[in-house]
Design a protein around this ligand. Structure first.
Ligand code: AMP
Length: 282
């Protein structure tokens, strides 16, 4: 059945409350649209874990910096709806900017400590915007479970900590990174890459997989591991590196020796396109 498309906050809240009255478990998949197989994997997980899946599509302006890609962010609501129609989605919530941030709206969330390094440092205000919109969506769609991708690993930590700190009654489930056959993590921003840049971009996941395989071979020294990853990026002529880091999975503080709770994270520019990726080193 085609999903119900709603743009009105009161209507989506009423629809979700009705599902709870019927005893259904509700799943929430927040997205910014331009959907790809990564997003759809979250929908599939929601279909497995819950009885009623709501996908939100909203390009949230408050999480974009002034010099970022808000105005050129890919948007095609009709195509997104067509994709979701074949994936057993019950409702789509696609509000306008004015509905989510009416004139006079000025409250925002001060994100937790884990938001400070990496993306938080390089994109000031980003996680404040993310935490605020996610809390608004949790309030409008009081789901049992919300599904997020490990692709945006720091985001999952920020939201997880916010849920804990603010006693929000929702469970989050983190789903694995979906990749192209050559390893590139799917991202709506991959659409910006020229064919040559697309070839170059594979080095990002290659660098992270190199760290993983060296760890599997017994290398634990982070300086060595990072040097190997940076060599792969340099060999692909990727010189604009925001970070390549080995950090603790929980608090994102740097580690010197890889241990069982470490994660490798990276953010680089390929031409004008900023891509992020990560691999959990278990
Ligand atoms: P976005 O539309 O980029 O805000 O992403 C919406 C959700 O999809 C977030 O929870 C992302 O982490 C997740 N997501 C994006 N790309 C992928 C991917 N390649 N694999 C799995 N989840 C993803």
């Amino acid at each position: 059945m085609a999903p119900v498309l709603l743009t009105d906050p009161a209507q989506i809240l009423e629809l979700v409350e009705e599902q709870h009255r019927q005893g259904k478990r509700v799943g929430l998949v927040p997205t910014m649209g331009a959907l790809h197989a990564g997003h759809l994997s979250l929908v599939q997980q929601s279909n497995i874990d819950t009885d009623f899946t709501v996908v939100t599509i909203f390009v949230n302006p408050t999480q974009f910096g002034a010099d970022e890609d808000l105005e050129k962010y890919p948007q095609d609501l009709d195509l997104d709806i067509r994709q979701l129609s074949t994936h057993n989605v019950d409702a789509i919530f696609a509000p306008t900017r004015e509905t989510m941030y009416p004139p006079g709206s000025s409250t925002s969330i001060l994100p937790p400590e884990v938001a400070k390094p990496f993306e938080g440092q390089l994109r000031p205000g980003h996680f404040e915007g993310v935490a605020t919109i996610v809390l608004k969506l949790f309030n409008l769609i009081p789901a049992n479970v919300a599904f997020f991708g490990q692709k945006d690993y720091q985001q999952t930590r920020v939201i997880g900590q916010m849920i804990e700190d603010l006693n929000i009654p929702i469970e989050i489930k983190i789903c694995p990174v979906i990749r192209e056959p050559d390893g590139l993590a799917l991202s709506s921003r991959n659409a910006y890459l020229s064919p040559a840049e697309r070839e170059q971009a594979v080095a990002l996941s290659k660098a992270l997989f190199q760290i993983e395989s060296l760890v599997q071979e017994g290398q634990r020294d982070c300086a060595e591991l990072l040097m190997a990853a940076k060599k792969i990026l340099a060999d692909a002529s990727i010189h604009e590196i925001d970070y390549v880091a080995l950090v603790d999975k929980q608090n994102l503080s740097p580690v010197r020796q890889v241990h069982s709770n470490a994660i490798a994270m990276a953010a680089v520019y390929i031409g004008g396109t900023r891509l992020i990726d990560n691999i959990i080193l278990s």
